[in-house]
Every structure is written in structure tokens, then in C-alpha cells.
Design a protein around this ligand. Sequence first.
Ligand SMILES: C[S@@+](CC[C@H](N)C(=O)[O-])C[C@H]1O[C@@H](n2cnc3c(N)ncnc32)[C@H](O)[C@@H]1O
Length: 242
Amino acid sequence: MSSTGVRNHKELVLPELIAPAVDQALEECAARDLLSFSPACFGTILADPPWQFSNRTGKMAPEHKRLRRYSTMSLEEIMELPVARIAKPEAHLYLWVPNALVQEGLEVLRRWGFTYKTNIVWCKIRKDGGPDGRGVGFYFRNVTELVLVGVRGGLRTFQPGRRQVNIIRSQKREHSRKPDELYGIVEACSPGPYLELFARHPRLGWQQWGNEVQLPDAEQQAAKGSLPAYEGTALPDGTASR
Ligand SMILES: C[S@@+](CC[C@H](N)C(=O)[O-])C[C@H]1O[C@@H](n2cnc3c(N)ncnc32)[C@H](O)[C@@H]1O
């Protein structure tokens, strides 16, 4: 891994027939890769796993196969990630979970060594502030997504947590991209060091891991003045170094 904390498996765009084999290889590689972090080194972990949606027969829902935008992992594979090993004995976990998979999310949280305490709701709004009803849903049209919050070792949130309401109201962006507001909440309420699992977009001060982690666009960010100039360089394998 580079000193920027970015871990990037190579993204693979492959025909659907061989995709399952690639997923399998990625997952094995994912678990091994996580083990290369030192044990008990993160105070807070934020994760947005690539959940697999299955239909009543247990097969992956065809609409999800068709719309497949990134590789997914089975529930068992997600549960087996060695998160418990790399989290500190006193730690917080923020876990994004689709509305249809809340039970599975609670099980993952438990298997990763955390106790469920509360949640944060992301309410997707339109420009005019009304609910963004473009989402899908079998029973209701979803305009919310949920973050399960788990605790290990009885650690409370910091003082700002007492004033922090458990809702984020913001507009949707690209497919499956989560709101940046959550980083601010985590940083104010939970201890570092911070690790984001299944990350895609760079965030200063975080270790990020996933097969689609993007490098910070130094010039763009520096020009906007939103981030200090990034001094790293991209390596040929898609990782970065400073
Ligand atoms: C739900 S998306 C994360 C979206 C991200 N939180 C955002 O806001 O843009 C899940 C991510 O996990 C990645 N992923 C899937 N299988 C993986 C694996 N075996 N190892 C690492 N990352 C994987 C996907 O490519 C995708 O980028």
C-alpha cells in the first residue's frame, strides 16, 4: 500500500460469463489485503459493501445482473472480512445497508465485532428540498438509505454527537455514491484513525480501501481551494505515492 493510504485492486470490466470467477478471486484477495493492515489499528471504520441482492429462489436478481456496475460479494464473503481484527478494542463502525438487507447488515455488524446502537438516515432530496422519488423499491419507493452505527467496547460518540441529528438531507449524485456529509459527522463524533472500506472517492485524513478508489485530482482540487495541493504521484498499477 502507498503512504496515501489508498489501496486499489485493479478494476476489471469483463463479460458476464467470467465475472463470477473474477468476483471470487477479488474477494479472496480482498480478505488477504485487509489482513495487511496492522491489527487493532482503526478507531472508526466506514463501510459501503457491494451487497448482492437475491430473489426468492436465492439467485441474484436478474435486474441487478443486468445493471451490474461493479463486482459484488456474497453475504458470507462480506461477513468473513477480518474487520474485527483491524478495529481497535474501542471503536465505531458506520455500515451502509440497503433497506431490503437491514437484517443482513445487523448480522455483518455483529460478525465484525460490533454491537448495534443506532442509525443515520440519508434522505434524498430534490433541488427544491422535496423527496427525490426517483428511487426503486418493491413495497415502497425508496427515498432513504440507512447507515447502521455499531460500537465496540462501549465507546460513546464525542460531544458533538449529542447535538448531531441522525439525518442527512442531500441530493443524489452518481450511481451508489453516498453523501460527503457523513465524513464530517464521523470526523466530529468518532475517533480516528479512520478507514473507509469499499471507498471510491479520496478523502484526506482517511485510509481508503477498495477496488475502485480514485486518486485525488491534484490540480482540480487545488484550483477549487477545497483541498491542499496533492503532492503524490500515480503509480502504473493505479495506486499512489507521495
Ligand atoms: C456500493 S459501492 C461503494 C460506493 C462508495 N461508497 C461511494 O460513495 O462512491 C461498493 C464498491 O465496492 C467495490 N468492490 C466490489 N468488490 C470488491 C472487492 N472484492 N474488494 C474491494 N472492493 C470491492 C466496488 O467496485 C464498488 O466500488
